[in-house]
Design a protein around this ligand. Sequence first.
Ligand SMILES: *Cc1c(COP(=O)(O)O)cnc(C)c1O
Length: 350
Amino acid sequence: MYFASDNSGPVLPEVMAALTRANEGYAMPYGADADMEEVRTRLREVFEAPEAAVYLVATGTAANALALATLAQPYQTVFCSAVAHIHEDECNAPEFYTGGAKLTLVPTDNKMTPEALAASIAGEGTRGVHGPKRGPVSITNVTERGGVYSAAEIAALCAVAQQHDLPVHLDGARFANALASTNATPAQMTWQAGVDVLSFGGTKNGCMGVEAVILFDPARAEEFEFRRKRGGHLFSKHRYLSAQMAAYLREDLWLQAARKANDAAADLAHGLRDAGAGFLHDPDANMLFPTFSRAAHQRLHEAGAKYYLWEGDLDGADPDEHLSARLVCDWSATDDNINRFLAHLAGAQS
Ligand SMILES: *Cc1c(COP(=O)(O)O)cnc(C)c1O
C-alpha cells in the first residue's frame, strides 16, 4: 500500500527496456545521440512547436532552477504560489542558480488566482532601485496540492504576467497528469496560453530520472545551454537520459501512464468519500489530501501503509480526531492495493 509519492513507484517496463537497448555499443555524448534527436522531434510535434528548444536534465529541481535562471536576473523576484515546490522543496536552488533572485509568494493554499497574482505583482517593483525588479511568474501544474489549472486558467495567469511584460515558467513535474485530467492539448496548456518555458516531468510518471526543459522561444536556448553545463547538468553519457524520454514519449506511453495514475487516484478518492473522509483540497489528478480519524490512520500504519501524514500527530489521545494525509498514486497503483487500503480504513480487516 504505497501512496507516499509517485516517485516511490517503479520505472515503466518500456523505459527499462529502452535503457537496456541504449546500452549496446557506442553513441555520441552530450546530447548528440540518435535518441535525443527523436526526443526533440517528438516533443516539438507533441507541443506543436517546431522551433522549440528541448533539453534534458536529471531532476526537477535542476529543470526549474535552470529554467528560472534563464528567465530571471539576479536583482529580480520570481512570483510563485506560497506552496510552490520552488519555494518549499528546492533548498533555494532557484535563488542559487539565478544568482540571487528572490521569490515573492502569492498567497494561496493550492491554485493561484489572477487577482492574487496581480496584487503580488503590484506590491513589488514599486521601490525603484531599492527593491527587487519584477521577474518571471512560475506556475505549477498539477499544483503541489493536487489541483489542476485548465488551459483557460493558465491563460488568465499568463495574461496578468503579460500586462507587466513578465515571462512565465511552468513547473510541470506532473504535467502529464494535468493534461490527462483536462481535455486540452499540450500546446493549449503551455505556449498558446502564454507559457515561455516548461519543466516537463518524466521521473514521477515512470522514468528513472529525466525531465525535459522546453523553451518555446529558441532565442533563450544558448543561454540555457551555458547555464546547464555550468550548473553541472550536462550529462556526458547523455544517451541514458535520451533513451528514457524517447521511450516515455513513444505511442503516448506518458499519457497512458498518467491516466492510470489519475484513474487509480479517482478510485481511491471515491472509496475515501464512501468511508466518510473529507478532503482538504478537491482532488483533480493523482494527489489526494483526505482527512479521516486518527484510529483509521493508526490501523493503516500498523498494516504497513506508506503515505505522509499531512497535519496532526499519529500518537495523539483522541481516536476520533481527524488528521489529514497526502496520498499519491503512480502508474503502477493496483486495485488490490487500493482495496486493501480502503478495507483497513474502514476497519474491515484487523
Ligand atoms: C517532484 C517535484 C519536482 C521535482 O523534484 P526533484 O526531486 O528535484 O526531481 C518539481 N516540482 C514539483 C511540483 C514536484 O512535485
